[in-house]
Design a protein around this ligand. Structure first.
Ligand code: PMP
Length: 366
């Protein structure tokens, strides 16, 4: 790669350079159309083809069963915090929320506008752990059970899929979709904003089991209505056409690289290298997340301060990182410290370069 900057941002995040170059080539004239995708009618044959192929690529990459619909919507992950409730809460009027970090907390708050929200367990200490399932308080009356598969800010990822005893399971996979294989049939709804693992911002993928369609709340806005947007093949109103097109190119890139399984193997390798290095630093670098729940995608850590983080050391680390061409490593303001995001587009070599810098910094400051 001739790119000199390594981008560890949490989102919008790095896109595969191959995809950016492909998009660059096609930006002015797409195929034989003579115009840009940005200038096309969303009803044109060329755009229909892009839309259909992108929808199909989601099905292919995630092995989506035939009784599920794939939908593209706008409004990001935040739009889905409302959409989930607006589309599903009508079933019983209440829903269970598993809150393991700031994104699921926000989703629960938003859903409470549209129905009764039950928290499955009390707030965990600083979101560094997931309580044992035996302590969860799930209700059989819930319209659905909601959780965030990977908490981007706190760096907590579920090691397995929660068992909800038949109640539809809703998952926010914004920051880990297409980074590991999973069984779609275990879910009622899966959603993901594209801007971390699968594309630019502006487009959100929703996968929904068909029997959950058809009963939105009367107040559900059309743009968030799963039933209408599924029926209209995600073309009810004007979609963010260029974002869909770029996302489709990312899907094709994932296929060329060996599919989701290849992404999973790479994610495992990259994150293990980084956590192993953190754990072997004699407490200079610390990860506060319980090992079983450490995210493969977002690795927050502190430097010095006996595990609490020494802010001046962390500032020096970030400054030195930028000087070495490594950017967007600052931790989220809620947790402070450092956060390295290792999404699909971030390579093993880039991860190794970060670790090399961390070693040098350690030697200079221990
Ligand atoms: N869920 C998760 C897991 C996220 O990481 C984010 C954004 N970082 C969101 C939801 C919110 O997404 P958006 O900014 O697209 O509304």
């Amino acid at each position: 790669s001739d790119k000199k900057i390594i981008n560890f941002g949490a989102g919008p995040a790095k896109l595969p350079e191959e995809v950016l170059l492909e998009v660059q080539k096609e930006t002015v004239h797409y195929g034989t159309s003579g115009i840009s995708v940005m200038e096309m009618s969303h009803r044109s044959a060329d755009y229909s083809n892009i839309n259909d192929r992108a929808l199909q690529a989601v099905r292919d990459l995630l092995n989506v069963p035939s009784n599920y619909k794939v939908i593209f919507l706008q409004g990001g992950g935040t739009g889905q915090f409302a959409a989930v409730a607006l589309n599903l809460m009508g079933r019983t009027g209440s829903a269970d929320y598993i809150v393991t970090g700031s994104w699921s907390a926000k989703a629960a708050k938003e859903a409470a506008k549209y129905g009764k929200v039950n928290l499955v367990f009390p707030k965990t200490d600083k979101y560094t752990d997931i309580p044992p399932k035996s302590s969860w308080n799930l209700s059989s009356e819930a319209s659905y059970v909601y959780y965030c598969d990977n908490e981007t800010v706190h760096g907590i990822e579920f090691p397995d899929i929660p068992d909800t005893k038949g109640v539809p399971l809703v998952a926010d996979m914004s920051s880990n979709i297409m980074s590991r294989k999973f069984d779609v049939s275990k879910f009622g709804v899966i959603f993901a904003g594209a801007q971390k693992n699968i594309g630019p911002s502006g487009i959100t993928v929703v996968i929904i089991r068909e029997d959950l369609l058809g009963s939105p709340l009367a107040i559900c806005p059309i743009v968030l209505d799963y039933t209408i947007n599924a029926k209209d093949n995600s073309l009810h109103n004007t979609p963010p056409t260029f974002a869909v097109y770029v996302m489709w190119r990312v899907f094709e890139w994932i296929k060329r690289k060996g599919g989701v399984e290849a992404m999973e193997n790479a994610a495992q390798k990259k994150s293990k290298l980084l956590y192993d290095f953190i754990d072997s630093s004699n407490g200079f670098y610390t990860s506060t997340v319980k090992p079983a729940f450490r995210s493969r995608m977002n690795v927050p850590f502190r430097i010095g301060g006996n595990g609490a983080g020494d802010e001046s050391l962390e500032a020096a680390f970030l400054k030195g990182a930028v000087a070495s061409g490594m950017i967007q490593l600052k931790g989220h303001r809620l947790v402070g410290g450092i956060r390295a995001s290792l999404y699909n587009a971030v390579t093993l070599e880039e991860t190794e370069a970060l670790i090399k810098y961390m070693k040098t910094f350690l030697d200079q400051n221990k």
